[in-house]
Ligand binder design. Structure first.
Ligand SMILES: *Cc1c(COP(=O)(O)O)cnc(C)c1O
Length: 201
């Protein structure tokens, strides 16, 4: 991976989303040794999906980044995440919430897709009411679509839900729809493939 290429793409995305949106580099495709290129490119915040990979990358590059967790959070992995991360984007279970010691965004499964994790919209109110963790906002992954505009209604719905619960942070948008997400009030976008010159998955 070339740090210069990553830097060019990262800066372009940052300009496009504007200063109110934090670009989180999703690192699930990045090998431990390639994390150096991200640091050299000026990436500040990284988001990892797996606790095991988080530990490996953090032990090699702990000082180089701020660490977020964006993958499915199992309660038995919370300890690792507490130790390393400043924010979880993907809280969706009571068992994980009970152990969590860092702030979180709650992942909402807006389309009710069975293959996706996240709290169903109908259960969000109850989840938030009983959640012992510090919740700062919401996250969603809209159904996979070719057209970024297909994500807009989901992002808009999530913004309305967040506003309704007095939550200010919104983690929406990936390589394929981050521009739409920024227009709909994202405070975080999570971008992987596009940064590394891969096709969005
Ligand atoms: C991989 C991933 C992303 C980034 O997706 P890209 O298409 O690579 O930009 C964002 N959020 C989560 C939860 C991911 O797993």
């Amino acid at each position: 991976m070339s740090a210069d290429e990553i830097r060019t793409r990262y800066e372009r995305i940052r300009v496009e989303v504007g200063p109110g949106v934090t670009v989180v580099a999703a690192t699930k495709y990045v090998a431990v040794e390639d994390m150096a290129a991200l640091a050299e490119a000026g990436v500040e915040v990284v988001g990892e999906n797996k606790a095991q990979d988080l530990e490996a990358k953090h032990s090699a590059y702990g000082e180089a980044f701020r660490w977020h967790f964006i993958g499915h959070l199992q309660s038995r992995k919370v300890k690792v995440v507490n130790r390393i991360c400043e924010l979880v984007h993907s809280l969706d279970s009571d068992s994980a919430a009970q152990r969590l010691e860092i702030p979180a965004l709650v992942q909402v499964n807006l389309a009710g897709e069975e293959t996706k994790s996240g709290v169903p919209e109908a259960e969000l109110e109850a989840f938030l009411t009983s959640c012992p963790a510090e919740v700062r906002g919401l996250t969603t992954m809209p159904p996979l679509a070719e057209d970024p505009e297909a994500s807009r209604p989901y992002f808009r719905r999530l913004r309305a839900l967040a506003d309704g619960h007095g939550l200010s942070e919104l983690s929406i948008g990936t390589s394929q729809d981050y521009a739409v997400a920024a227009q709909e009030g994202a405070t975080y976008v999570r971008v992987g493939a596009l940064l590394y010159g891969r096709r969005p998955s």
